[in-house]
Design a binder for this molecule. Sequence first.
Ligand code: TA6
Length: 298
Amino acid sequence: MNTLAELNRDFGRPGSIDFETSELGGPIACLAARGNLTGIALQGAQVLSWLHQDQQQLWLSPVSQLGTSKPVRGGIPVCWPWFGPHPADGNKPAHGFVRTRHWTVARTYCSADLGTVSITFSFATGPEHSGLWPYEAEVLLTVTLGAGLSLALETINKGSRPLLMSEALHTYFSVTDIADVRIVGLDGVSYIDKVDQETVKLQTGDVVIDREVDRIYLGKTAIITLRDKDRAVVIRSQGSASAVVWNPWVDKTIRLGDMGAPDAFSDMVCIETTNAANDVVLLPPGGRHVMIAEYSVL
Ligand code: TA6
């Protein structure tokens, strides 16, 4: 694992791309462009913060730490190479196994005017992971900061067999008050209701959150807008035909135990860009798949 000095020497650009130790206790990459900032942990290539015009756009549990076996609750966890519980073995970790592992830095980029900066992280699966997932693949996450924030999650099948995978950019947005949130753009889209025996239902109108919500929307999910009291965030996705809306509400917040406060659910909502449920990816040997989520604040 590279030291911070080696990372700054090989990939840094002082003032635009700097590597330092996070207050959560692990190495992070700090990107700055056009007055916006984002911090990304090398653990899980997990975006932990995104300051847009000095306003924090993401929610992060105040009790999460890096360097433990528990995933950090908040920011943008990378769920790969499966979304949700393992499809066949409940003993395997939920949401895949790369969000708690160390990723390496593959490359960084700064535009000439420093208005756009990006970093690409890489994780390769091999024989040491065969107990978890018996395929050879490389997964790359490129985070680009400019006027907005975008993430591109690329999977490359390095093996000699086709592979099947599901994935998510599991984004925790901060909100002023969940009671005022409306999620626009899913009207008429069907969804699997995970809090009602996986029943398939049809969304009518905007999504409002007044209870535990855990839904996998399938179909037209390419443009979703989070409308909060004092701001709106537009989520544009590519390479994905499903999206998840999740809020744990009261009881699950307590069961989770790492949300930081019993009423933390009122400060956040997850709107996730996914390949989940029957929107899974089959990759031939040598095949590549990219899923992109672009966030812009109105
Ligand atoms: O994306 C929604 C969801 O699958 C919920 O069911 C809930 O489990 C959430 O993810 C958080 O999962 P985690 O493993 O991070 O606690």
